[in-house]
Design a protein around this ligand. Structure first.
Ligand code: NDP
Length: 237
């Protein structure tokens, strides 16, 4: 097993859903967590929860679409805890709509957060991981990053295919050469606030109805899978 106690993780999108669950789970496993998102009040509440259980957390108010904001947050985490060993590129949004509605602002937002956010955080953290010749990057793609699930999910799926592709390419480039592990997380339906990012109330309702017919995974189950991968033995290169 890889000992991750006292390692440092940067988790984007930590103010709710899978990001918050991941922060709780990693902190319980002894990881110092940098919890990043835009809603600082949520992050402060999560930090208090983690610290009450004996964990360590640093609030990083961050917009992943803004490279300067990401760089500042990563630097603050480095200055506070001395390294960044795990990066969880988790922040994302899913405003579902049909392409012929031309909600181009929402398309842009998905590209900015779901794709460029992943690139911004990777660029902010990777140099330090390369320098220390170790690290683990988790990119949250989706089952929609492997298959297109019908009308409305087209642009979202395109962004998640991009995350899948980036993860595979990144693994090829930095895995052996720099001893950095790359894991693509591709969940199905998880019970989070993600559907709320859809602007059309009727489509939101449809998403809630379709979720009710399934047994959505709890965010903590995804966090457990991530923990398993983080602790799995590495291969020396
Ligand atoms: P949530 O809506 O609960 O969480 C999304 C998180 O992303 C929030 O913490 C939000 O924080 C953050 N976020 C959004 N925009 C930005 C931004 N510009 N900068 C920083 N943080 C941002 O949804 P999930 O937990 O479900 O989503 C997590 C990831 O999982 C996403 O990438 C999503 O696409 C993916 N996914 C989700 C599935 C599901 O069924 N729920 C299935 C497969 C993948 P804040 O608003 O405070 O900034």
């Amino acid at each position: 097993m890889t000992d991750i106690r006292n390692k440092v993780a940067l988790i984007t999108g930590a103010s709710s859903g899978m990001g918050a669950a991941t922060a709780r789970t990693l902190a319980e496993a002894g990881v110092k967590v940098g919890i990043a998102a835009r809603r600082a009040d949520r992050l402060e509440a999560l930090k208090a929860e983690i610290e009450n259980k004996g964990g360590r957390a640093l609030v990083l108010e961050m917009d992943v679409a803004d490279a300067a904001s990401v760089n500042a947050g990563a630097q603050k985490l480095l200055d506070t805890y001395g390294s960044i060993d795990i990066l969880c590129n988790n922040a994302g949004l899913m405003p579902v709509s049909h392409v012929d509605e031309f909600k181009t602002d929402e398309w842009d937002r998905m590209v900015d957060v779901n794709i460029k956010g992943v690139l911004n955080a990777t660029a902010a953290v990777l140099p330090q991981m390369i320098e220390q010749h170790s690290g683990h990057i988790f990119n949250t793609s989706s089952i929609a990053g492997r298959k297109v699930f019908g009308p409305g999910f087209t642009v979202y799926s395109a962004t998640k295919f991009a995350v899948t592709a980036f993860s595979e390419g990144l693994r090829m480039e930095v895995g052996k050469k720099h001893n950095i592990r790359v894991t693509s997380i591709q969940p199905g339906v998880v019970a989070t606030e993600l559907a709320e990012t859809t602007s059309d109330p009727a489509v939101r309702e449809m998403l809630h109805d379709s979720q009710a017919q399934l047994r959505p995974v709890d965010p903590s189950e995804i966090a457990d899978a991530l923990l398993f991968a983080a602790q799995a033995p590495g291969h020396s290169t």
